[in-house]
Design a protein around this ligand. Structure first.
Ligand SMILES: [Zn+2]
Length: 307
């Protein structure tokens, strides 16, 4: 009996800290962040404040995103998804900088996040030489398109249209995962920057997140391509399509039909390539199909922002 009593007292004591995910109660402003993340995998940070901040900006790998605060209970909270592109970022410890306007003053905080290595699979493929090495006359077009896509990927719109979980763009199985290192005809190529889904020609492709269509283009590698900007540096990409159902500039709801799948561009067969980037970093979106904020914020560290 004595044990049961102690446990119930403990539960009562812990309840106020468990029930509400954003965890308020502490005075001032705090950031919740994971101390260690895996290379290529998305993660979430949260800022909570007892009074409404005038604004906050988070900087990660030289790119900044504005935080969007919502009211909850007696406080305010804002969340952001971040990640690291396994092709360009090396495992290591990196700074995350927070700048916040609160109580009529600017407060700053730097926390360190360790990106742990993660092994990704390797694919050895044999393709006709013409598909591996593009013809010389295409070089200029390819470079222009790469520049354009980099520009799109680095867009940071002030709105935040995203929510978790994200939707699967098609319901079929995954045929190639993010991060697979590709060795084409014996030559190492860029790792896979997205997820391939099996998709018969003409399968409706739906928006993983609400956002604005920022590109409907016909590109050399990715063929008919749709890019959707969900704000705060979150963009999604749909490649090798056969038909567009949306126009550039259009706002699309999560789950609405963007296009029909196909095999346009450099594709060996019909499938959908789905890409996802956070502040310019292509990440593995796979975990986000099942994700919710409280799970993503589990095991995060809380530190005051204005200490
Ligand atoms: Zn792909």
């Amino acid at each position: 009996m004595g044990h049961a009593f102690k446990r119930s007292v403990l539960v009562l004591f812990l309840l106020p800290f468990c029930i509400c995910a954003p965890a308020f109660g502490a005075a001032g402003a705090h950031v919740f962040y994971p101390e260690t993340v895996s290379l290529g995998q998305p993660f979430m940070i949260e800022i909570v404040s007892d009074e409404e901040p005038s604004g906050a900006i988070v900087t990660w790998f030289g790119k900044s995103a504005p935080m969007q605060f919502s009211r909850a209970g007696n406080g305010y909270f804002a969340r952001l998804l971040l990640g690291s592109y396994m092709k360009t970022i090396k495992p290591g410890t990196y700074p995350l900088d927070i700048k916040m306007a609160r109580s009529e003053r600017i407060v700053r905080k730097r926390v360190m996040i360790t990106i742990a290595p993660k092994q990704y699979a390797e694919d050895r493929l044999s393709l006709p030489e013409a598909m591996v090495t593009p013809p010389k006359k295409m070089q200029k077009r390819i470079l222009q398109e790469q520049r354009m896509m980099k520009h799109i990927r680095e867009t940071v719109s002030p709105f935040g249209f995203w929510k978790l979980p994200i939707r699967r763009p098609v319901s079929s199985a995954v045929s190639s995962t993010y991060g697979r290192r590709r060795i084409l005809n014996g030559i190492p190529k860029s790792p896979h920057a997205g997820i391939d889904f099996r998709a018969a020609m003409g399968t409706p492709v739906i928006a993983a997140l609400t956002g604005r269509v920022v590109a409907t283009k016909d590109l050399y590698y990715s063929g008919l391509t749709v890019c959707v900007d969900s704000g705060q540096g979150i963009l999604s990409y749909y490649y090798h399509l056969s038909e567009f159902n949306v126009r550039e500039g259009q706002l699309v709801e999560q789950g609405s039909v963007l296009a029909k799948s196909g095999m346009s561009g450099r594709s060996t067969g019909p499938h959908l390539h789905f890409g996802f980037s956070l502040l310019g970093q292509y990440v593995d979106a796979d975990s986000l199909f099942e994700a919710n904020p409280s799970d993503m914020l589990k095991n995060t560290k809380m530190v005051p922002i204005d200490d």
